[in-house]
Design a protein around this ligand. Sequence first.
Ligand SMILES: [Zn+2]
Length: 669
Amino acid sequence: MAKKFYITTPIYYVNARPHIGHAYTTIACDAIARRQRLLGSDTYFLTGTDEHGQKIERAVQASGKTPQEFADDISGQFRALWDRMGLTYDDFIRTTSERHKKGVQALFKKIRDNGYIYKGTYTGQYCVYDELYVDAVGEGAPCPECGRPTETVHEENYFFKLSAFQEKLIALYNDQPDFIRPETRRNEVMSFVRGGLRDLSISRSTFSWGIPVPDDPKHVIYVWLDALANYITALGYGSSDSGKLEKYWPADVQMIGKEIVRFHCVYWPAFLMAAGLPLPKAIVAHGWLLFEENKMSKSRGNIVRAETILEVLGADALRYFLLREIVFGQDGSFSFDAVVQRYNADLANGLGNLASRTLTMITRYFKGEVPYPSHTAAHTAADDAIAEVAQKTIAESGALFDQYQFSKALELAWGLVAAVDKYIVENEPWALGEKQDEGSRARLATILYTSAEALRIVTALVHPVIPESTARIWTQLGLGDLRKFPLSDLKWGQLPLGTKLGAIEAVFPRADKSAVERMQKMEDQGRTTAVEEAKVAGPSAPSDLTAAAAPLAKAVAAVPDGKISIDDFAKVELRVGQVKVAERVKGADKLLRLEVDLGSEVRQVVAGIAEAYDPETLVGRKVVIVVNLAPRKLRGLESNGMIVAASPEGGKPVLASFLEDVPVGTRLK
Ligand SMILES: [Zn+2]
């Protein structure tokens, strides 16, 4: 019977539309799933969306949409993008689906029946943004995770006895050193758990967008318990059909981003232990994807969509770049320049060129049939050396891939491409092709067979990473459907002699210089489109891309007598914000860089008030922000919005403020 292999992505929160960071995680899982299928494993690949929580409920309040409509929209965008990229997930779970709700309630009941849930009273600080109770004291105290102001809550809650699992978790990390990867993450988790675990509040009664606690529906289940359960509810946990659960659980790999390590490596195994369920074999955390060395964030307005690279260079270029360029597990930076360079160097000039020159020569000199290598006279040590490199690459590249060292695995595979290129140049098959004597023909046949066989091997090896283009090369080699090739049998010398090649075409057309510009332009336009959609959804619709808005000049149409209508004024979105960070901008005496909390998001605003205010005096202060002003660059910093100040002629600016206390995010009208 085939070995089973179950791999999951985290489910993506629908407060943001999909961007390249989400694509990165899902691509890595897709490549692993594809390799496992080629190796013959009975593979199950799960992804999906996380749709409950106060953040969503609040975000849609102003939009006129229901939380469900809002979640349907964003979840649909994730799924459509995964389909466009050809990702081979077997199931897409949504936490608002009936099957999931039933499963979560069953899990809650099971843990309660096992004695690990009790009712208690909670008083403390809650961060709405992180959906987390935090260690902070006093109303508005900053959240230790994100710096946003917390809210004081008093409620009767259900608690999970997390404290009962401290020793068991430590034992788990010790007994299964591979449970958390990489090592750095494991060490962080160990020290967190050693620091002591407090019981965890796992219900809320102050909002309703969630899954009701069984038998006590005025409480909804904590979003993280709800979300984590997806990995088993998707397999049928809590339903009458548990066939998949028995077959696939526990997961072999649960891939996550490093920011959600604690939830997956502490809470998740504790919930599973409490429910008496087996634990996943490995939680694998990758690092952050940086754009031009910067963290992508709403406040910086630099979040890149996967569509941009897909549109210009195709899905394989994106997949190859992300897995080749970034050392998996660490943070890694990308830029459109780097993507194009990698594409041209490794794909167009590397693998693409090897395929086209080899197949073209076989077509020209041997009528498109793989020639017979000579057994005797025309055989040299150089031919054997290629076979040796190929055998070594098969063994080592595969092993590295299975250790999540995608970059090194691909580097090795491209080492084979380079070796064959060199071999072709040194052996000059084109010169032999001009001669008709038997010796030259035999030598030519050997060289082209060797090249084609090496091409076949590298094509099969890297198929999980660049599936579409390798499938095309495979067809050109006359070998049929690559997805059905048994990768574990791959070895030198399997290319059947006399194989009739398919039609030859370029697989990776070279990208010219305009590719970078085109991507940059699409990204700028995409941001504008996203803003227009977000405005339809409502002023506080959460979106990673709400950073910009239509230019003010366009939004405010003057009426003939120089006055504007109330509708025109309403187009200017003014909101109360609270300054979280204020600092001077190097080399600019008048400018301060501010990070302003608007309730639903934190914005970077660059303001010309440095001569009037010391940055320290502004932190914590409430200010008025023009929210829907198009972003501008000041001294290389993107300013997303404008701070409102009185600007007396010849005097210093004075910030607009309020005598009474006003909640952050309130609109001025
Ligand atoms: Zn927070």
